[in-house]
Ligand binder design. Sequence first.
Ligand SMILES: [Zn+2]
Length: 146
Amino acid sequence: MGLVYWIHCNETNQNYIGSTTYSLNKRINEHIKESYKYSSKPIIDRNNYSVSILEDNINKDILKVREQFYMDCCDNLLNIYRANGVDEVKKKKTLAKAYHNYWINHKEEINKKKGIKITCECGSVYRKSGKSQHIKTKKHLDFVAS
Ligand SMILES: [Zn+2]
């Protein structure tokens, strides 16, 4: 059994919705002691908030669904993640952006690495980026087979 709780900032009207299968006190203590771990941090840091139980005695199997239900109803929410885990699309977009930025910043370095010439045991010279193509060439295959 679990419950869905609501942390509300009395100053800014920001909200945080969470769920737990422990007692509410234990869960709120985690928010306080390890505030850096949670997106509720701004509310906890201001230390002027109220905590309420939105629903109690929820079956564990539907706890995350109920949490998400309240998150969808609530405005001014601080929660970063959806109740059922990280939003996969959002995660992929963030990663793609990070890779793109890395490429922009290291473009020359990456191209240089790709352009390094390698002399193969078969006697051919190929660019590093062309290795997968080279190892399929007749000359290379003949060398490997001999
Ligand atoms: Zn070769």
